[in-house]
Design a protein around this ligand. Sequence first.
Ligand SMILES: Nc1ncnc2c1ncn2[C@@H]1O[C@H](COP(=O)(O)OP(=O)(O)O)[C@@H](O)[C@H]1O
Ligand SMILES: [Mg+2]
Length: 149
Amino acid sequence: MIINLPDLAASEAFAIRIAEALRAGDVVALSGGLGAGKTTLARGIIAALGHDGEVPSPSFAIIELYDPPAVRLPLVHADFYRLEDPAEADEIGLDDYRQGAALLAEWPEHAGGFAHEAACLSILLESTENGRRAIVTAGSDWLERNLWT
Ligand SMILES: Nc1ncnc2c1ncn2[C@@H]1O[C@H](COP(=O)(O)OP(=O)(O)O)[C@@H](O)[C@H]1O
Ligand SMILES: [Mg+2]
């Protein structure tokens, strides 16, 4: 599934759709190079889930947590860019943070990848002339959610 995101408003709208469908246990795996628009989508999802205010990029802290009641469900926003080995994801306690939460993962490949999980929505962002394009691969848990209609 390819979704055109010609401008920031389109990324915002796509983020809202994802947020509406999002459940605990899900992963939204955001791939693409520096500047591809990964954090933009994550910020849109976090805001759509109710968070009011700034969403720091987790590129330094690696993990930022959002908990109800400020958001509709517990969220882990992670940027795994700085991990040198996927085993470090275990060492920082990712599995514990993920309990009962949804995970928004930038640079998921650096954490070993999540596409094998049925609840993973994989989004590869690419640049187009002015905006972005999202190549979306949905795990089986996502297939009956109306993300596309
Ligand atoms: N759909 C889009 N169209 C145009 N510009 C975008 C779009 N999505 C994001 N951007 C811009 O791209 C830049 C980098 O976005 P960011 O989300 O920080 O990238 P990443 O987290 O992948 O490094 C930002 O200036 C952002 O406004
Ligand atoms: Mg980023």
